[in-house]
Structures are given as C-alpha cells and as structure tokens.
Design a protein around this ligand. Sequence first.
Ligand SMILES: Cc1ncc(COP(=O)(O)O)c(C=O)c1O
Length: 439
Amino acid sequence: MSPLKRNEIVALDKRYLWHPYTAMDDYRRDVDPLVIQSASGSRLMDVDGRSYIDANSSWWVSTLGHNHPRIVVALEKQAQDMCHVALAGIAHEGAARLAQKMVEATPESLDYVFFSDNGSTAVEVAMKLALQYWAQNGRPERQRFVALEEAFHGETLGVTALCGVGTFSNLFKETTLESFRVKPPVEEGNLDACVAELEELFDQQADVIAALVLEPMVQGAGGMRIYPAEYLRAARELCDRHDIFLILDEVFTGYGRTGPMWAVEHTQSGKDVVQPDMLCSAKGFSGGTLPMSATLASSRIYDGFLGGRERAFYYGHSFCGNPLGCAVALETLCIFEEEKILQRAVAKIEKIARAFGRFTELPGVARTRSLGMIGALNLAGDSGYLARAGWEVYEEARKRGAYLRPMGDLVYITPALTIPDADLDELLGILEESVRAIA
Ligand SMILES: Cc1ncc(COP(=O)(O)O)c(C=O)c1O
C-alpha cells in the first residue's frame, strides 16, 4: 500500500472514525487534527516532518518516552516466539516472572496479581473481587463502594459507579451501582473535615460497604487535584477499624508519575507505608506500548476464593496475561531499576515545581500546582471539563511545537519521566508563551 497524503488521511478519518472524548460535529467541521506518523522519546512527528513535544505522554502511558529501544527489542523478541496464548490454566514464563516482579515492586500487603487489559478493567476487577469476597465470606450485604467527589477510575459501566466527574457519569446514574461519595481534601484546610466525613460515613454504613477506592495523592482526570498523604493514612486507619477494603487506583499515579514508584509511598513514615488491600496498575505498566494492566491483591483476598469451584473468580479477558504485554511490562520494570528512572527524574521534578510556582504570576492564571512529574494550572474564567480556554492554549502551543491535552480550563503537563532537559525547558517555555498569548 502506498502511503496516504495528509489530506487523504484526514478525509478518511473524518468519514469513518468516531474519536474518544470528542464532539464529532465540532471535530468534523472545525478541527484540523495533528496527523502523527511516528514517535520517539518525548516527541511526536507529524506527516509533514514537524516535531511536537508530547506534554502528556500520550494520555499518561509513555512514562519512559515513546519507543524506548529496550521495550521495542523486548516486543520484537517476544513476537518471534509467541504473540498470544490463553492464560486460563496455562502458565508462561513472561506472566509468571512479571507477577513475581510486580509483587516485589509493590507494597508488602500485596501477594497476588490478576492481569487484565486496561486501567478501567484493573479497577473493575478490584471491585468484583471485593464484592465476591464479601459475598462468599460471610458479609454478603457489603455491596457498596465509597469514592471521592471528582474521582475518575475509568470507563466501563462498573467503574462509572465510582466516577465523580458529572460529564462522564451523570447520564448513567440510573444504570450503575450506587456509591457513597465523600469530599476529597483538596481545598486548603479541609483535611480534618474530610476525614471526619469519611469517619461518620463508615460509622453509619460500614455494614454495607465493600471497599473505599482512591486515586492516591492526586485526582487526575478530575482536574489534577492534589491532596495530602495524611488522608491516605487516615483512610487506612478507618478501613482497618471497620474491616473495609482499601483499593488504591495507581493507574495514573504509578510508575513514578508523582515522584516515588507508587503514590502511596508518599505516606512513608519511618518504615511504615500505607498498605492497600488491592492496587490497580495500567498505563505506564506496559511502558506505553500495549493495553495491559494488573490488579494486585492481598493473601487474605486470594484465600477468600479458595475452597471449591463455586468460590473461584470466574472472570478473564481474552488478552489477560498476553505474552507481548508481559514482555514489555517486565522490561519496563527492569528499565526503571537499571536505568534509575526515578532518581534521574528528581531534577526534572524540581524544575517543574519551580516553573509552576512562577506560572502563578502569569496573566489569566487562577492557580497552579505540581507534584512529581505533574504540573497543572487553571485559567481564570469559565471552569470545568467543557470550558474552552484550555483549547486556546492548546492551539498556541501547537503552533510552537508542543502537544498539550487540556481538560477545559485546566492546562497541565505530564511528560515522560525521561524527557531530556532541553525538551523540558522548551516545553515550559512554550507553555508560558502560550498562556501569555491568550491573555
Ligand atoms: C486513575 C485512573 N484509573 C483508571 C483509568 C482508566 O484507564 P484506561 O483508560 O486504561 O481504561 C484512568 C484513565 O485515565 C485513570 O486516570
């Protein structure tokens, strides 16, 4: 097949494709999309040879940059041997070694790994494990979940029950499980009130609660809303008091996005770290290469499914434990260790913190914040996911050679942990100029 020209690709795209998170009438009428042909490191290259710094690591997946050479080699090597095999009742080296490495890389409370395909299913698995555990271990009335306002845990109808972002969940209220929702401690000085609210809810409703589900330290898709580690400690204590499971959704925050490997490590005090009952991982998990995810669970949960066929977890996706996915996920963990990715990101994290500290002064900026390799600012004026202002900054940044993906009035960067210093400087400069340009 001979390659298509830019306008031919766009014509086909607009005729046949339905894009995610996109008002298709606006898109077809007004949008001149980026047409990307290749990607390398922290850059995307379009069909006309223009290069763009990928400011959000392609939806937060390419934490090691695009096409990390070691990941490409691991993928090619695995493809020669075996691209796929069903995991039900079949063992293979990649899945076994990856499971071991994941258990070693995560908090001590986690002993077993269940693979699925994406972040949403990783959380869906955790929800089903919690429900089935209680159903067959003497507490069948425990069928409700607790989540935060503005929480985001993915797209399936199951996890939509946890979603606190109205744009994504309001229409489905009647068809999803009813969750309890509590305030996140994202406002200055509201930590105590938020802990008290959770405590009161548990005091009144613990009998029907299966689990508390949290994005540790930062609510990503809900608007890069950062909260203190104390809340996680308090949540663990309250879960212990009432024997409620704590599920941590590290789909966005894992793999160094907030600084340490897992955001829950911000709770470290001496040797103690908050220990979740389950942890969900995706996105950076497969080095930004393949749809692949993991739900880790404690021995207590795993043991609760033993004791006969009728107690087993009858759940699985065609691609769970896919050998290609396992090969790249395993290589990703090796790269984190051997290339000292977290240590090498420290100076970049400081640079992002300094820049976003300064951006508070930019015209039209309402507030800024940063945590690890996340820098975020809200523009003054219209707020919320459907606001337009962020898209004006997107257009300005695009002209200057950076790809941003704003959420309404929120403009943020989540670059690869491996972004070269020169690219990070350039990105921060482009962002500043772009914000100034729309003021
Ligand atoms: C915290 C969190 N959980 C789950 C998901 C869903 O992941 P996926 O898009 O891979 O289904 C996301 C996606 O952004 C997320 O940020």
